[in-house]
Design a protein around this ligand. Structure first.
Ligand code: PEP
Ligand code: MN
Length: 457
């Protein structure tokens, strides 16, 4: 259907495209700001701010993703469903980095492969919603769409889209990124000391003996390295963490899209990777128009009821030169649908010779509401989709190169199950998410152990 491309694609600037060309297309999930002049002022200010990331970091991530696509490495993407401005705080950032690091250590050690860490952080402030409005005390008010757009407070005034939030989003992202960079440059000591990890909860899991052996073995490897190369080992503390968010609020993303000297093309320098959500992927829509013009790697969420022809055209539109490491296909079918939906997609993408990283999002297809109407996810369903996805890729002779998880380093109670057996009645104890339910610290570590276990099946 699509012509096969050569190995060394030529980068040219996209035709009839500018960071603002999306404005000529129908846009979904982006509310109208009431004051156009205020919006334009905020937009221009955002355009003048220094970038949060650099083009060479973006290219470095792309090149690592190209390795992953070729079966050399694994992508670990994780963080909040919706980051909030209020949680731009030291402990939240430390805890997220810590859990991502610990998970990546487990994966590296057990899977003997390199791991690309990609936070849903420093910009994940905008949310697609299935309903535009909600009813609060009999009053119809606009739905919350993420801190980048309006406030979670349930009253009409706070729900009106406010363009100043674009600038506040930039400020919060830049504070977050600054701290992340400082932490990952110097490392933090306990990352190298598995004995500090809080693993007691694992005793209740049937695989506890395996976990214990794994942790002891990581410990030995770290001790060995520290003993034989005490100085060089410090350099291991410099860790790479990349950032990602959904490119949903196109005002935010396009204002930070720039050309850089001596490099062809345009870069979204508000993050390293941005993704296209399940609800904004119309070929003739504004989001696809914006994304076709940037050089960043792009994630594409694909859920049940996808249209095959549309999906292949979408991949082609976003990566017409078949560049390696450019597209991450993030499948999110749900444990009951994945066996129906995924195999054909794998076959077709392979047949068309499209280079992609396959990643599994086992969260979004497994959400349900409890009898008390609390949105949650079951740990076993998440693991089940992940296992089935691994098995399907194996049977198709393809390579599952990553996972995409909504998680936090905090001890929240948002998803049920896991070694601690969190049940529905406990969800209210520490239910803090601004949007979808996240795995907590322990559930996240347990997931990493189970991914590693599945990998070695
Ligand atoms: C998300 O990742 O939080 C999200 C909204 O995903 P999807 O587009 O798959 O619903
Ligand atoms: Mn979500």
């Amino acid at each position: 259907m699509f012509p096969k491309k050569s190995a060394a694609p030529k980068v040219t600037n996209p035709k009839n495209w500018s960071p603002q060309s999306w404005q000529d297309y129908p846009v979904k999930q982006l509310p109208t700001y009431p004051d156009e002049e205020e919006l334009q002022q905020a937009y221009q200010q955002l355009q003048n701010n220094p970038p949060l990331t650099t083009s060479w970091e973006v290219e470095a991530l792309k090149s690592k993703l190209a390795d992953v696509a070729a079966g050399k490495g694994f992508l670990l993407q994780g963080g909040d469903c919706a980051e909030s401005f209020a949680d731009c705080k030291s402990d939240k950032i430390v805890n997220l980095l810590k859990v991502l690091m610990q998970m990546s250590f487990i994966l590296i050690h057990e899977m003997e492969t390199s791991v690309v860490r990609l936070g849903r952080i420093a910009g994940q402030y905008a949310k697609p919603r299935s309903r535009d409005y909600e009813i609060v005390d009999g009053e119809k008010i606009p739905n919350y769409r993420g801190d980048l757009i309006n406030s979670i407070e349930q009253n009409l005034e706070d729900r009106i889209p406010d363009p100043h939030r674009l600038l506040e989003g930039y400020n919060k992202a830049s504070l977050t990124l600054n701290f992340l960079r400082a932490l990952s440059n110097e490392g933090f000591a306990d990352l190298h000391h598995p004995e500090y990890w809080e693993l007691d909860f694992m005793k209740q899991n049937e695989y506890y003996k395996d976990y214990e052996t794994m942790v002891n073995s990581i410990q030995k490897a770290v001790n060995f390295m520290e003993t034989i190369t005490p100085n060089q080992f410090n350099t291991l503390q410099k860790i790479d963490v990349y950032t990602s968010h959904e490119a949903l609020n196109l005002w935010y993303d396009s204002a930070q899209t720039q050309q850089v000297p001596r490099q062809p093309g345009w870069y979204n320098l508000s993050a390293h990777l941005v993704w296209l959500g399940n609800r904004t992927r119309d070929l003739d829509g504004a989001h696809v128009e914006y994304l076709r013009g940037i050089r960043n790697p792009i994630g594409i969420k694909i859920g049940p009821n996808y249209d095959m022809d549309h999906t292949l055209k979408l991949i082609e539109r976003l990566n017409p030169i078949h560049e390696q490491g450019k597209i991450v296909l993030i499948t999110r079918f749900g444990k009951d649908e994945v066996e129906d939906g995924l195999p054909d997609l794998i076959k077709k993408v392979k047949h068309e010779g499209m280079p992609v990283v396959w990643s599994c999002d086992p969260m979004h297809g497994n959400t349900f509401a409890t009898d008390d109407n609390i949105k949650t996810r079951n740990f076993d369903s998440i693991i089940s989709e992940m296992r089935k996805t691994f098995a399907i890729h194996r049977s198709q002779g393809s390579y599952l190169g990553g996972v995409h998880l909504e998680l936090t380093g905090d001890n929240v109670t948002e998803c049920v199950g896991g070694a601690k057996g969190l049940h529905e009645g406990e969800l209210h104890k520490s239910y803090e998410t601004y949007c979808d339910p996240r795995l907590n610290y322990q559930q996240s570590l347990e997931t990493a152990f189970l991914i590693a276990k599945e990998w070695n099946e």
